[in-house]
Design a protein around this ligand. Structure first.
Ligand code: TYD
Length: 195
């Protein structure tokens, strides 16, 4: 089972990824945790390039670099884990590209999705959980977090649209309230229930 967690910056996703992995392991499941961009040597280097405010990156180059990092993690980490019968929980995947590059940067949902599907050779999560409703961005923004209020408004709206684009895979989860209450909603959403 391949699960991705998604949402705008500052929604509390990283905490919820850790809590979900903990809950699944407590149920006896063998879980691989990963994050995007990253998880491989190339992916970590691409991550530094993409998040470093000193490196200028054009929109299409940005989309292709995220896709290149995704190709590596799909081949080196995710497919082998799934083939061994393990669970994979990934902090961001294809939907971040669809929303940040396709919608918020304006490159178009279809072309960004196509680049990403090419990168992963068709691999998609079985379930994608989109957290929404909270914005706790810190005061040390990386290059993408520093993109401005209008950009982040488009990101937040874009994530809400995702569930409409792919209702069989994507579940929206309300991220407001106590961490453990959100964690319970996330766990339920893995099994298919919306919240
Ligand atoms: P990260 O520090 O992982 O942010 P977060 O903790 O919010 O997940 O940085 C990843 C940043 O890259 C984040 O702003 C979202 C952005 N991003 C894209 O724009 N496109 C993508 O395909 C991915 C995976 C991330």
């Amino acid at each position: 089972m391949f699960v991705s967690l998604e949402g705008p910056d500052g929604v509390g996703k990283t905490t919820q990824v850790a809590l979900l992995v903990e809950a699944l392991r407590a149920e006896g499941r063998d879980v691989v945790q990963c994050r995007e961009p990253g998880g491989t040597e190339l992916g970590e280097r691409v991550r530094s390039l993409l998040l470093d405010g000193d490196v200028a990156v054009g929109d299409r180059a940005e989309a292709l670099l995220f896709a290149a990092a995704r190709a590596e993690i799909a081949d080196e980490v995710i497919r082998p884990a799934l083939a061994a019968g393990r669970w994979v929980v990934c902090d961001r995947f294809i939907d971040s590209s669809i929303v940040y590059q396709g919608i918020a940067r304006g490159l178009g949902v279809e072309s960004v999705r196509a680049a990403s599907v090419f990168a992963t050779d068709g691999l998609l999560p079985d379930r994608t959980i989109v957290l929404h409703g909270v914005d706790r961005r810190g005061d040390q923004p990386d290059r993408i977090e520093a993109a401005g209020a209008e950009f982040h408004r488009r990101v937040a709206e874009g994530f809400l649209r995702l569930a409409e684009l792919d209702p069989a895979r994507v579940v929206l989860v309300d991220a407001t309230g106590a961490e453990d209450a959100v964690a319970a909603r996330v766990r339920a959403a893995v099994d298919g229930g919306g919240a």
